[in-house]
Write a protein that binds this ligand. Structure first.
Ligand SMILES: Cc1ncc(C[n+]2csc(CCOP(=O)(O)OP(=O)(O)O)c2C)c(N)n1
Length: 629
């Protein structure tokens, strides 16, 4: 006989289970997650924390008719398991397998795709208003973590709910953690609610009453008691002012309590917010002890939680230690992260310069305007934000930083393909959205030494600048003792040549070198160039090679449209130089998740593809020896 878990084909199977069976099912799901993610990697901690919540939601509501949205949706694995994807779960984040986030194209149960934070309540309100206009009856439920409440969009949505719909359920899943510890006044506010002894008492008795009597009446009784206490404690509860009736905090691991509460909230004729308390990593000791690590990780040993050491340092680590070194010399340097201290490496900067380190929460727009403000007062702010998340801050970059020519440095981590996280996290658009902004200097280092050089260079500039560098470990070159200041807008010619000039942006300079080697074998003379600067582009270098070569080739870990290669085409065109450019980069489509090398081969970001495209352009440069053979 199979396990309870194996008997779940759809949420309907769950609805037939008793409380006892569901509690057993919760345990089986936890064990399954721990064992399965040990092989694939993934967001273990957040998902262990929402097992009961997700079971209760699917026991009470009926997807796909009802709409359940998860903020970020990194915690939607249990939802995937319960909605017919158990048999494919071991393919999660693997090439061709399930995506690690909600995807509308993956299942009709995935009401809204996500990967970036702060969107669930906004989108849920949109769905609720659409339902009201269409005269529908479905329920709309947004599940958002406590860190989502550090984000502006969440509050912009809250500001509208009371005016626009009478039926919306928001679940605040409070575990006190973002990826790192949650920060700011809102985190302190939630903490105050949770640790208040009146509430502690009330929520324990709430659990008891529900368990004893069950049903709507019991929740109402509890609610009334809480109301009285609340009036006494906080006359104007924040959420109530926003027009959401507040319930909680309740134990987010008490399945019967959650089920009864949702049954009650389903009948509410006004927007409600249920505050539940959960434990990230629940049921797995290594995750409870390593909250940060188990937020999201690669494969691990399920017995111990151990992961393989990386060997070389990451670009993030080199960035952070370099910044801390530079800050030793310059007391105007400040570091800003938007809720990613470990992801960006800044947790290495923090202990060395605690007063000059700022985690502003999941608030990229604010991070950038905040940096602009500091820059007006003579500081040298460095915003360390992943390329994909900096998309959020495009207007602040234009309006607040560049228009005012303020010396803010954007260090864009994870620029390029992110691999197994997929399209929500690929950093493939930053050149496109930054190179059009006047006065911004945009750079891409070929290795870790050059990253340090570029940071040093950027921090001497009078205006804004940005550096894009990839996810993962560095090249492994011998480190220079001291970084140096680079000449602005000057490319580095690594090898001269006269038939073709090959430009490899950032670490893709290795592809340029490989292509050159292959062409040289065929007797062609190939120049290899490390452009260093996307903006200002080295026009002199382009002009010089345009007079000699039959073609340019550009490699970039970015979409071709609007990218580095396009900037070369535009520059040649502006200079009236008609030399063909073979652009190798990502096509004009959203790239799925998978292994970087596989995806590059599949989508033509390869030396082979470059060779195929460039050889016909070099025909008339054929050496006699080649023609003879
Ligand atoms: C706009 C944006 N910035 C940063 C991130 C990176 N990120 C992913 S999950 C997460 C923390 C989420 O915390 P919370 O919502 O409380 O959920 P939990 O993981 O604690 O369950 C962050 C900062 C993101 N997904 N989107």
């Amino acid at each position: 006989m199979g396990t309870l878990l194996e008997s779940i084909q759809s949420p309907a199977d769950l609805k037939r289970m008793s409380d006892v069976q569901m509690t057993e099912l919760a345990a089986q799901i936890r064990e399954f997650l721990i064992q399965s993610l040990a092989k694939t990697g993934g967001h273990l901690g957040p998902n262990l924390g929402v097992v009961e919540l997700t079971l209760a939601l699917h026991a009470v509501f009926s997807t796909p008719a009802d709409k359940i949205l998860f903020d970020v949706s990194h915690q939607a694995y249990v939802h995937k398991i319960l909605t017919g994807r158990l048999d494919r779960f071991q393919t999660i984040r693997q090439p061709g397998g399930l995506n690690g986030f909600m995807l509308r194209t993956e299942s009709e149960h995935d009401a809204f795709g996500a990967g970036h934070a702060g969107t669930a309540i906004s989108a849920a309100l949109g769905m609720a208003v659409a339902r009201d206009l269409a005269g529908g009856t479905e329920n709309v439920i947004a599940v958002a973590g406590d860190a989502a409440f550090t984000n502006g969009i969440t509050f912009e949505a809250l500001n509208n709910i009371g005016e626009h719909t009478r039926r919306l359920i928001v679940v605040l899943n409070d575990n006190e953690w973002s990826i790192d510890r949650n920060v700011g006044a809102i985190a302190r506010y939630f903490h105050k609610i949770v640790t208040n002894e009146h509430y502690q008492h009330l929520h324990t008795s709430a659990g008891r009453i529900i368990e004893r009597f069950g049903g709507k009446t019991a929740v109402k009784v509890v609610k009334r008691a809480e109301e009285a206490a609340k009036g006494f404690l906080w006359p104007s509860m924040m959420f109530e002012e926003y027009g959401l009736e507040y319930f909680g905090p309740i134990d987010g691991h008490n399945l019967p309590l959650l089920i009864e509460t949702f049954k009650f909230l389903k009948t509410a004729d006004h927007p409600v917010l249920l505050h539940i308390l959960t434990q990230k990593g629940r049921g797995y000791q290594p995750a409870l002890e390593g909250q940060k690590k188990f937020h999201g990780l690669g494969p691990y040993d399920p017995e111990t939680g151990d992961t393989k050491p990386a060997g070389l340092p990451t670009y993030s680590e080199v960035f952070a230690t370099t910044l801390a070194d530079l800050a030793d010399e310059n007391d105007k340097i400040v570091a800003i992260t938007a809720a990613m201290p470990s992801g960006t490496g800044l947790d290495l900067f923090r202990p060395r310069h605690p007063n000059r380190y700022f985690d502003v929460g999941i608030a990229e727009e604010h991070a950038v305007v905040f940096a602009a403000g500091m820059a007006t007062r003579g500081f040298r702010p460095v915003c360390a934000i992943y390329s994909t998340f900096l998309q959020r801050a495009f207007d602040p970059i234009v309006h607040d930083v560049c228009l005012q020519k303020l010396p803010v440095l954007f260090c864009m981590d994870r620029a390029g393909l992110s691999g197994d996280d997929g399209p929500t996290h690929h950093g493939l658009f930053d050149i496109g959205y930054l190179r059009s902004v006047p006065d911004l200097v945009l750079m891409a280092p070929k290795d870790e030494n050059e990253l340090a050089d570029m940071m040093t260079t950027a921090l001497q500039l009078p205006g804004p600048s940005a550096i894009r560098y990839p996810r993962g470990v560095v090249v492994g070159v011998t480190r220079k003792p001291h970084p140096e200041v680079l000449p602005i807008g000057k490319a580095e010619v690594l090898q001269d040549g006269s038939d073709v000039a090959i430009l490899g942006l950032g670490p893709l300079v290795t592809m340029a070198a490989e292509l050159a080697a292959r062409l040289q074998k065929d007797g062609y003379s190939a120049a290899v160039i490390n452009p260093r600067f996307v903006k200002p582009l080295d026009h002199d270098m382009l002009r010089q090679y345009a007079g000699r070569v039959a073609a340019f080739v550009t490699f970039e870990d970015h979409v071709k449209m609007g990218g580095f290669g396009t900037s070369v085409v535009e520059a040649l065109d502006e200079m009236g130089l008609a030399v063909p450019v073979v652009r190798i980069g990502w096509p004009d489509q959203f790239i799925e998740h998978g292994k970087v090398d596989d995806l590059r081969a599949k989508h033509g970001l390869s030396v082979d593809e470059a060779l195929n495209q460039v050889l016909p352009l070099l025909v008339h440069r054929r050496r006699p020896s080649l023609v003879a053979s």
